[in-house]
Write a protein that binds this ligand. Structure first.
Ligand SMILES: Nc1ncnc2c1ncn2[C@@H]1O[C@H](COP(=O)(O)OP(=O)(O)O)[C@@H](O)[C@H]1O
Ligand SMILES: [Mg+2]
Length: 386
């Protein structure tokens, strides 16, 4: 499409020369003889660039530029001016004019100014669109966070009531009447639901600056053993070998918020179970990293599986909230089945819980080679104050 220009000048000579030159160069050029005539045209029609003389009897260039800046900021305004009024041209640029050119000029000089203006306006428009898209993204992010906090809060009460009621019914139910198995299934389902809601609530809390920390010295191996025991119970129907690499009598004492690390280990081990087919293996181990510069040495917990692996392009994305690689159509909800999905918030929760203790989670993985998630935690000597 031809670029559309509007040239405003009360001198007929400039108008006539310009029309020949710019039409020949492939532009669509319209003309106006005064500022007021230009504004009347601009109200009806859009242009890429408006080139206006500064001093004209019926509505001057200043009026044209301020109208364009206020009403059609996507258009470029170029001011033509003599030496005597350079200062006015500069003040118009401060007001929002794109450029100015000193009279007298050659028409191909004007063309250079116009072309530069068109490409700058394009960049400006792209920038504006990017800013708009970013603002929309921030809005969606805020909505996601609000949704998470509100929904988990709203679901918590009914689930707690269901849990309590189920307990009462169980106590009063005669063991022979066959309802016990159904009750057990209901309890398991409500248990899964409670677990999901707790995960949602903890994720919402972990995003707040005020999350309470409870540091204490723990033997990481004991923490790992406890979580592995829970995971083995959960995955009892899966044929997976889950082992902890630990030398006889080896300890790994560390000052951490133990409950938060327990949750992180649980999320990572549960993922390893879900994304490793039967006959596969999951191994947990600990190693130590020497201090770098003036930083503390670090303790590393590795959770390695022989599962389906994660393509490098997804390594960062899986830590985003509600992100999962599998598409929603093939989603089936399960705490331990192979490829059984959840909400896609486990890893973002795990990362938040590790980062608030100055730790990191990293991942090495590729298709066919399984995945290894590594939690790296600073070896603190004392309990930090906040
Ligand atoms: N050990 C793993 N092996 C392969 N893929 C994994 C592993 N851990 C996580 N993923 C991928 O990352 C996604 C996000 O994990 P997560 O945030 O825990 O959500 P969820 O477990 O609810 O799906 C998973 O849906 C899965 O696609
Ligand atoms: Mg998970």
């Amino acid at each position: 499409m031809n670029n559309r220009l509007l040239l405003v000048d009360d001198e007929s000579e400039i108008r006539e020369l310009a029309i020949d030159f710019f039409s020949g160069a492939g532009y669509h050029l319209d003309l106006a003889t005064s500022g007021n005539e230009a504004i009347a045209r601009l109200k009806k029609q859009d242009y890429d660039v408006v080139i206006t003389d500064l001093i004209m009897p019926d509505g001057d260039g200043r009026k044209v530029v301020s109208w364009v800046v206020e009403n059609k900021p996507f258009m470029g305004a170029v001011v033509m001016t003599g030496y005597g009024s350079v200062e006015s041209a500069v003040s118009l640029m401060k007001m929002g004019a794109a450029d100015y050119i000193l009279k007298p000029f050659m028409l191909d000089e004007l063309k250079v100014v116009i072309d530069r203006c068109i490409s700058n306006m394009g960049l400006r428009e792209e920038n504006r669109l990017l800013q708009e898209a970013y603002a929309r993204m921030q809005e969606v992010k805020n909505m996601k966070e609000k949704f998470l906090a509100l929904t988990s809060h709203e679901l918590k009460t009914p689930v707690t009531i269901l849990n309590t009621m189920l307990g009462f019914i169980e106590q009063k139910t005669d063991s022979e009447c066959g309802i016990r198995e159904q009750l057990a299934l209901m309890k398991k389902t409500v248990g899964n639901l409670t677990e999901t809601i707790t995960e949602m609530q903890q994720l919402a809390q972990s995003q707040e600056d005020t999350i309470p920390m409870h540091y204490q010295e723990v033997n990481l191996f004991n923490l790992i053993d406890e979580v592995v025991r829970d995971i083995k119970l959960l995955a009892a129907d899966r044929q997976l070998e889950i082992t902890v690499n630990r030398q006889e009598g080896e300890d790994a004492f560390l000052v951490v918020d133990a409950e938060k690390i327990r949750r992180v280990l649980f999320e990572l081990l549960q993922n390893a179970v879900k994304f490793t087919p039967d006959q596969g293996s999951i191994t947990v181990g600990i190693s130590r990293e020497a201090a770098e510069d003036d930083k503390l040495p670090r303790m590393l917990i590795h959770i390695a599986d022989t599962g389906i692996g994660i393509a490098p392009a997804d390594h960062e994305k899986i830590f985003e909230k509600f992100y999962k690689i599998q598409d929603a159509h093939s989603h089936h909800s399960s705490a331990s089945a192979f490829l059984g999905g959840g909400l896609g918030i486990g890893l973002s929760l795990a990362r938040n819980l590790v980062e608030i203790q100055q730790g990191r989670i990293s991942l090495t993985s590729d298709y066919d080679n399984g995945s290894t998630f590594t939690i790296s935690l600073p070896c603190r000597e004392s309990i930090p104050s906040r």
